[in-house]
Write a protein of this length. Structure first.
Length: 447
C-alpha cells in the first residue's frame, strides 16, 4: 500500500509539473483523458445547465398524461462523437428540432467554465449538426506550429488559431489583405513570416518600404523589385499596372473562343493558361501605407494620387493577372486621403494586431463584426504577434504568428535567391545587393 501511495504521489507531482512547465505535454499525457471523462460523465447535466436542451415532444407528453407517467425530462442534444486532438477535443453534436447554431455560439463561455477548459468555439458543420472545439490550454501563449504543415502554391501557414488549428494565408482564395497594428504589436513578425514562406515558392516578390527600406532591404536577394521612397514607389506601382495590362493581352490572345474550343481551355485569368504561357504570380508587400499616402506639398500630392490610383487598379483588377497585394500599417482610414476607403473595400483579408483605440479596429472590422472590433482592443501588450482575423461572412478568430526573426527571414531569402524571377517591366527596380559592409554615418549621442 505504501508503494502504491508513493507512486500516486509521484504521478500527481509529475502531472502538476507538466501542467505548469509543459502544458502541451500535460494535455497529451493526462489532460485529454481527464477532459474526455468529464465530457462523457457530465454531458447531459452541462447541456441542461447551459440551456441547450429542448422540451419533450408532444407525443411523449401526451402518453405521460394518459398513463399517469412522470413528466418526461428535457431532451439533450445527441453527442455523435468525441475526437481528441493535440490541443483539445472536438465534439460533433446533433441539434434537437427547434435549436439553432447560434444557441451554441452564445453558450460557448458557459461551456468553457462547465467543462473546465481554456477555450470553446462552435461552428455549424451542416444543417442540424454543430462542432464544438475545446482547447485544453492556452495555445497562443507559446506558439508551436505542428510538424506537418500543408503547403501548396500561394497557400502558406503563418499562425496558430486559438482552437489549435493552423491559420493559412491563401492568395488564390483571398487575393488582397490589410494588416493593422500599433507600434510593437507584431506586424513585422507576421510580415517576415509571410515572406519567409513565400521565398520557397515560384512567385515574384515586390516590396515597397518607404522607411528607407529598413524592413525589406535585408531580404532584397529574393525580391524582384524594391522601392524605398515614395517617388520610386509611385513609379513601381505604375509599372505593375503596365505589367497587369500586358498579362490581360496575353490572356485575351490565348482565349480564341470558338465552337470547338473545349470548356477547360476557356479562361479569364492566368491559371487557365498553358504552363509555357502562364506568367509568374506577383506578391506586392507594402510596409507602412501611411508613408505612401501622406503629403505636404503640391508635388507630393500629385505623386500620392498616382500611387493611390495605381493601387486601387491593382486591387480591383490584379487577381486575374496574378498580382496580389499585402498592405501593412498602423491606421488605414479616411484621414489618409481620397481613395483610401475605396481601396480598403477591395481588401478582402482583414487582420488586426493590438490597436490603441477602437476607431483603428473599426477600420478593419467595422463591416465584419462588432465582436471582432472589441476583441482587437483587448489584445495584451505582452503578446506580440497576436491578432484578430476577420472573414467576409462575419466570422472571426484570434491567431498568433510563430515568432520569426529577421535572421530567419534573411536566411530563407538568401537560400532561395535563385528562384527570384526577372520581370522586364520592373527591371529598373531590381535591388542591387552589395556584399561589402557599409560604414554607418555618425550619429549624435547624448553626453
Amino acid at each position: 500500500m505504501t508503494w502504491l501511495t508513493i507512486a500516486l504521489v509521484i504521478v500527481a507531482g509529475l502531472a502538476l509539473l507538466l501542467r505548469w512547465r509543459r502544458p502541451a505535454w500535460y494535455w497529451m499525457t493526462f489532460g485529454v483523458l481527464f477532459a474526455s471523462l468529464k465530457v462523457r460523465l457530465r454531458y447531459a447535466s452541462v447541456m441542461d445547465a447551459c440551456d441547450l436542451t429542448v422540451a419533450a415532444s408532444r407525443f411523449r407528453l401526451t402518453l405521460a398524461r394518459w398513463f399517469g407517467w412522470d413528466t418526461p425530462q428535457q431532451r439533450v442534444p445527441r453527442l455523435l462523437w468525441i475526437k481528441p486532438t493535440r490541443t483539445g477535443l472536438r465534439l460533433r453534436v446533433r441539434m434537437r428540432p427547434g435549436q439553432d447554431a447560434f444557441d451554441y455560439s452564445a453558450a460557448v463561455d458557459r461551456l468553457r467554465h462547465a467543462f473546465g477548459v481554456h477555450q470553446v468555439t462552435s461552428r455549424e458543420v451542416k444543417p442540424g449538426t454543430v462542432e464544438i472545439a475545446m482547447t485544453g490550454y492556452d495555445v497562443l501563449k507559446r506558439v508551436q506550429m505542428p510538424v506537418r504543415l500543408e503547403r501548396r502554391e500561394l497557400r502558406i501557414p503563418i499562425a496558430l488559431r486559438e482552437d489549435g488549428s493552423v491559420h493559412y494565408r491563401d492568395y488564390r482564395e483571398v487575393p488582397h489583405s490589410i494588416t493593422l497594428g500599433a507600434v510593437g504589436s507584431g506586424k513585422s513578425v507576421t510580415q517576415r513570416r509571410v515572406i519567409k514562406e513565400l521565398a520557397a515558392q515560384r512567385v515574384a516578390l515586390v516590396g515597397i518600404d518607404c522607411k528607407n527600406g529598413v524592413e525589406l532591404a535585408p531580404l532584397a536577394r529574393r525580391f524582384s523589385a524594391l522601392a524605398d521612397n515614395p517617388d520610386d514607389a509611385a513609379d513601381l506601382l505604375e509599372a505593375l499596372v503596365t505589367r497587369m495590362e500586358t498579362i490581360y493581352q496575353v490572356i485575351r490572345q490565348a482565349q480564341r473562343i470558338s465552337a470547338d474550343t473545349p470548356d477547360a481551355e476557356i479562361t479569364a485569368d492566368i491559371w487557365g493558361l498553358p504552363e509555357h504561357l502562364r506568367p509568374v504570380p506577383v506578391v506586392l508587400t507594402i510596409d507602412e501605407i501611411a508613408e505612401l499616402a501622406l503629403f505636404t506639398t503640391a508635388a507630393e500630392k500629385k505623386r500620392r494620387e498616382r500611387a493611390v490610383v495605381s493601387l486601387v487598379r491593382l486591387a480591383q483588377l490584379g487577381r486575374a493577372a496574378g498580382i496580389f497585394v499585402d498592405i501593412y500599417g498602423q491606421r488605414f482610414g479616411s484621414e489618409l486621403g481620397d481613395g483610401i476607403t475605396m481601396l480598403r473595400a477591395q481588401l478582402t483579408g482583414r487582420m488586426s494586431h493590438r490597436v490603441n483605440d477602437e476607431s483603428s479596429s473599426k477600420m478593419a472590422f467595422g463591416d465584419v463584426s462588432p465582436h471582432a472590433v472589441f476583441a482587437a482592443t483587448q489584445i495584451r501588450n505582452d503578446r506580440p504577434g497576436m491578432a484578430v482575423v476577420g472573414y467576409s461572412n462575419g466570422d472571426w478568430t484570434r491567431i498568433r504568428s510563430a515568432y520569426t526573426s529577421m535572421r530567419e527571414s534573411v536566411t530563407a531569402c538568401n537560400k532561395y535567391a535563385d528562384l527570384t524571377p526577372d520581370l522586364p517591366e520592373l527591371a529598373r527596380f531590381r535591388p542591387l545587393v552589395d556584399l561589402a559592409p557599409v560604414e554607418a554615418p555618425p550619429v549624435a549621442t547624448a553626453a
